[in-house]
Design a protein around this ligand. Structure first.
Ligand code: PEP
Ligand code: MN
Length: 382
């Protein structure tokens, strides 16, 4: 059963017409189909093109009351591969009945999917080039190609450090290139930041890639979501809003996709409530499989911002490690986690940062849990 309450407009039926790969809009069969669709009454048509490295996919969204349409009649058109009726709210990113569309994407040589796991360990906030280099060297030594580096920090107090902004990008990107880092998760709080990142990457010769991060405070900043969704250069990590429903947060992801960018990863990072005490937020990683059931997005967990403290249980395992395992054993596809070479001097979120000597332990702990998840999938017949 669907755990998200049905909203009224979900009852409106929609359809996606999926064309054969590499169908061109100059193909006579395409024109024939579009003429037919244009003559249907009370329907809006929206076309999405997805250009991958190997092929171009075209999906045509029929929006309005499609209940009278004959699915098989549309499937008879030469250029049509198949037609999917959309039963849920999340038209673009949702997982619909008979929907076998991909649940992964590739970016800068890294695969992001519902079936694999990437670890993004790094600095909550960039402070010094030295710390960035220590972090990236350690990642490289452990074979990791992704990291997190905060340049633009949304802070509760206007007097707190706001991040170095564009000024740190040149050395962050250059060091990433030096240590083989392929993707950096980096929060943006304004659409100007997208331009700054683009510019800095270009002028340094594109030594790395960036995954734009929409933070929990901006999950419902619809104009920022639209700007991020309109650009196609970078994939986007959108965090769950800390005080809104899961449905509302999944709609933030849908904003990105409806503007054209479907390379979206959804991140759980805990909910703001005192019921989570003594943790910073109430860990919500039981929603990993729920998000995978409702959508085709890879799901990230952020144990650092969920737990927020470095406490250790009597079993000697840090609460942050325990929370990470809870997400990974439930099938999480990405882990976003704060590390720092000198947590005591970190300018943002030092109390939750793991130290460099904990990196191998953390990675081994994840390896054990991921193997357990894979064994669980086998047991379930997968
Ligand atoms: C962060 O990842 O640095 C961050 C600020 O996270 P959140 O938006 O989840 O608070
Ligand atoms: Mn932080």
């Amino acid at each position: 059963m669907c755990p998200v309450p049905l909203s009224a407009n979900r009852r409106l039926r929609k359809m996606i017409v999926i064309l054969h790969p590499d169908t061109s809009d100059t193909d006579p069969g395409y024109t024939k189909l579009m003429d037919y669709l244009a003559n249907l009454r009370n329907l809006r048509i929206k076309t999405h093109e997805i250009s991958g490295t190997e092929q171009k996919l075209t999906e045509i969204y029929l929006i309005g009351d499609t209940s009278q349409l004959d699915k098989s009649q549309i499937e008879d058109f030469e250029v049509v591969d198949r037609v999917v009726r959309i039963s849920r709210e999340y038209r673009v990113l949702g997982r619909h009945k008979d929907d076998d569309r991909a649940s992964h994407f590739d970016y800068n040589g890294v695969r992001f999917g519902q079936d694999n796991l990437n670890i993004f360990a790094g600095l909550c906030a960039v402070d010094t080039p030295d710390h960035v280099e220590i972090m990236m060297r350690a990642l490289n030594e452990h074979g990791l190609v992704c990291t997190r580096m905060g340049a633009y920090k949304p802070r509760t107090s206007p007097y707190s450090f706001q991040g170095h902004g564009a000024s740190c990008l040149p050395y962050v990107f250059e060091l990433a290139g030096k240590y083989g880092i392929r993707v950096i998760a980096m929060e943006i709080t304004h659409d100007d930041h997208i331009k700054e990142i683009n510019l800095a990457l270009e002028s340094s010769g594109n030594p790395t890639g960036v995954m734009l991060q929409i933070g929990t405070r901006n999950t419902q900043n619809f104009e920022l979501l639209k700007s991020a969704g309109r650009q196609r250069n970078f994939p986007i990590l959108v965090k769950r809003g800390f005080g809104v429903t899961l449905e509302e947060s999944l709609n933030a992801a849908e904003y990105l996709a409806s503007e054209g960018n479907r390379n979206v990863v959804f991140c759980l990072r805990g909910m703001k409530t005192n019921y989570g005490d003594p943790h910073r937020n109430l860990v919500d990683f039981a929603h990993v499989p729920v998000v995978k059931q409702l959508t085709r997005m890879p799901v990230c967990i952020d144990p650092s911002h969920s737990v927020g403290v470095r406490s250790t249980a009597p079993d000697r395992i840090l609460d942050i490690f325990h929370a990470t395992s809870q997400g990974v054993i439930a099938g999480a596809n990405m882990v976003l986690v704060d590390f720092h070479p000198d947590p005591a001097s970190a300018l943002v979120d030092g109390p939750q940062a793991l130290s460099m000597d904990e990196l191998p332990w953390f990675l081994e702990d994840i390896r054990i849990t991921r193997a357990a998840y894979e064994a669980r999938c086998k047991l379930a017949g997968g």
